[in-house]
Design a protein around this ligand. Structure first.
Ligand code: A2P
Length: 326
């Protein structure tokens, strides 16, 4: 099954289906990784205010762009409104902070990072109570934030708007106001999200898969805190067998599966060899029987790693997206 290298957005702009993830990396390490990613051919970079490393990405991008505006146009830069920004009066302030740290004059895609909200505390993107739970603002709703985000697009500082970590009902609620141009959610072989992907497809919304390799660092952290054990996806026998057959790495097989599953992927790596491998997924193809075998590894909701269990208290927010977490 051939897969196009881009999602074509409604105005004709193209979002590469393999992007570079930047979560859980310090500014300086990220800066070097982005140099390697640019050299390897990545043009889609996925950032977020909440990752607290936008300056590292910005430095590498500025170096690469220089004063050549044509090179800027080759990039597709995504960043996100943090959970503390989900209220109309501060959307512009958080957005401007990202723009400035990234050193850019416009963002290609701006996403609402989460439907739930933290309190807005300047200088603290992850405000906590003394007991370690998050300072959650229970009064916010996604609709009023979304309406404010639409103004950013009108201003020309953002080309496209989208959402992340929302459920199907929320996606439809926002679509009734203005259709998001991207949905970014956790999708990998153990959590394949078929119903949500189907809904996004019906609505005509491209999906970007985060944690496409199963985010080992997060999975290990959660395992140590909650006892929930997540298998290493790179070591699954079916994945290894297919990797051997095609002389590819297990990561390449996982990414190729997701591309054929219909989503874009944003693998994160700080290792130059892996960075190159993760974008070299266009010259082999999984057969329908291999797709079927890998499809069968789906664990549905039980396979979800990022249920925000590390943000104690957010499950009480009326917009918390995963209804089975208490
Ligand atoms: P590293 O940065 O050392 O390469 P995800 O994108 O699902 O969040 O997964 C990121 C994790 O997967 C990171 O720990 C990263 O480690 C690791 N990783 C990324 N690419 C590969 C690869 N090709 N092979 C093995 N591990 C990888």
């Amino acid at each position: 099954m051939s897969v196009p290298e881009y999602f074509e957005l409604e105005n004709g702009d193209r979002m590469p289906r393999v992007g570079f993830g930047t979560w859980q990396t310090s500014e300086d390490v990220l800066e070097k990784a982005v140099d390697a990613a640019l050299n390897a051919g990545y043009r889609h970079f996925d950032s977020a205010r909440a990752y607290e490393n936008e300056k590292g990405l910005g430095r590498a991008l500025s170096r690469w762009i220089g004063d050549n505006e044509e090179k800027r146009k080759q990039l597709f830069i995504v960043t996100k409104l943090p959970p503390g920004g989900n209220r109309p009066d501060v959307v512009d302030e958080y957005f401007s902070g990202s723009l400035s740290d990234l050193g850019l004059s416009y963002i290609d895609m701006y996403l609402m990072h989460t439907p739930f909200s933290f309190e807005h505390i300047p200088g603290d993107l992850h405000p906590k109570n003394p007991d370690g739970s998050m300072k959650v603002d229970l009064t916010t709703d996604i609709v009023s934030t979304w309406k404010e985000m639409l103004k950013l697009k009108e201003s020309g500082r953002v080309k496209h708007l989208g959402v992340s970590n929302v459920n199907e009902e929320q996606l439809k609620r926002l679509t009734a106001i203005a259709k998001p141009e991207c949905l970014q959610v956790e999708v990998h072989i153990l959590c394949q999200q078929a119903p949500l992907l189907e809904a996004a497809k019906r609505l005509g919304i491209p999906v970007v898969a985060y944690s496409p390799l199963g985010s080992r660092a997060l999975a290990d952290l959660l395992a140590s805190k909650t006892g929930r054990v997540f298998p290493n996806q790179l070591e699954l026998p079916a994945v290894q067998k297919i990797a051997q057959k095609y002389s590819r790495t297990p990561a390449q097989v996982l990414l190729r599966y997701l591309l054929q599953h219909g989503v874009a992927v944003i693998p994160k790596s700080t290792d130059p060899t892996r960075i190159k491998q993760n974008i070299s997924v266009w010259d082999f193809e999984l057969s329908e029987s291999e797709m079927k075998e890998l499809r069968a590894l789906d664990r549905g909701e039980a396979g979800r790693i990022c249920d925000f269990g590390f943000f104690g208290g957010v499950e009480k927010h009326p917009e918390f997206p995963f209804k089975n977490r208490t």
